[in-house]
Design a protein around this ligand. Structure first.
Ligand SMILES: [Zn+2]
Length: 64
């Protein structure tokens, strides 16, 4: 089984998501509040199981 960098979180295991907004006095308006959540695709490991090798080989064999 091969593993590759998770495409969802680029390997960091966490994602920044907007969970709401807050009022910023310095900006004078509402700004998005971001929070780090564990990436659901890789479960926070930053790695995902790579597609089977056979897949790519089969696609390459298909005549154009
Ligand atoms: Zn991920």
């Amino acid at each position: 089984m091969r593993e590759e960098i998770c495409p969802e979180c680029q390997g960091c295991g966490y994602l920044e998501v907007v969970v709401g907004s807050y009022y910023s006095h310095s900006f004078g308006n509402y700004l998005p509040r971001e929070e780090c959540v564990r990436c659901g695709l890789c479960g926070g490991t930053g790695l995902v199981e790579a597609p089977e090798e056979e897949y790519a080989t089969e696609e390459e064999l298909v005549p154009a």
